[in-house]
Design a protein around this ligand. Sequence first.
Ligand code: SAM
Length: 282
Amino acid sequence: MELWYSENHSEDVKFSIRVDKQLYTGKTDYQRIDVMTSKEFGTFLTLDGLMMVAEKDEFIYHEMITHVPMSVNPEIKNVLVIGGGDGGTVKQLVRYEGIENIDLVEIDRAVVEVSMRFFPGMRVGFEDKRVTVYYEDGLKFIRSKRNEYDLIIVDSTDPFGPGEGLFTREFYGNCSKALNENGIFVNQHESPYYDNYANSLVRAHSRIKGVFPIHKLYQAHIPTYPSGHWLFGFASNKFDPLEDLDADKWNKLGIKTEYYNTDLHKGSFALPNYVKELLENA
Ligand code: SAM
């Protein structure tokens, strides 16, 4: 019998992948975790029935969430990642020799354990001695932090369940306090295409706007995410992601990427008109 993984991308749209084998299923205090293999996307991990990471296209999301801020300020030394238990974001960050410290705050220890087991290619970050993993709620962790980080990356699930607090005004305000004066904040910002995702995107954007004077969205094409059209948020008190992009400096680092490059960086901030209109209402 054929096995298919199906995920609702809207009330009337399902996205399906033919599954070769279910490798793992488990339930934690926070969510259900499944790992499957497929011919098209390789091994993939879902949380509560939503795609988190797939071997074949994870590079797009993880390169865009890390190299965009790192090329705007290549002097970044102290980084906080909230969520990101699959290891994809820290895998990209540890490629920068200049980064001295990375704190990763993941609410669910099982996501890290399962990812280490089934995605050996993503382990490298967890094995780097600059990385410390805290198993805590990011919403609580950030409350006591002041002027510490050069970069905060929010690599979270969607705004319901354990990830809900990571889309609140309180959380964004505390992120601003936890950043130093050169700080940059980047988050996964949902999809503009289907209403159910677009509504949370608009809400999150209006909250971030109220906290950071510089706030822009950029986009990438990620085949396994709803509609394939995904946005990220860039916010800062100081850096503009286009005016302050130091393309030569980043290119001289010699970091080999499969998706990101500094031309694409510039283009990724040029948004379609329907997305601009959505944001005007935020
Ligand atoms: N790339 C992904 C996406 O956009 O679908 C995100 C993947 S990553 C696995 C998301 C992680 O955020 C999950 O492992 C989840 O446990 C973690 N998470 C959710 N809420 C959290 C919270 N409040 N504090 C810390 N981590 C959280």
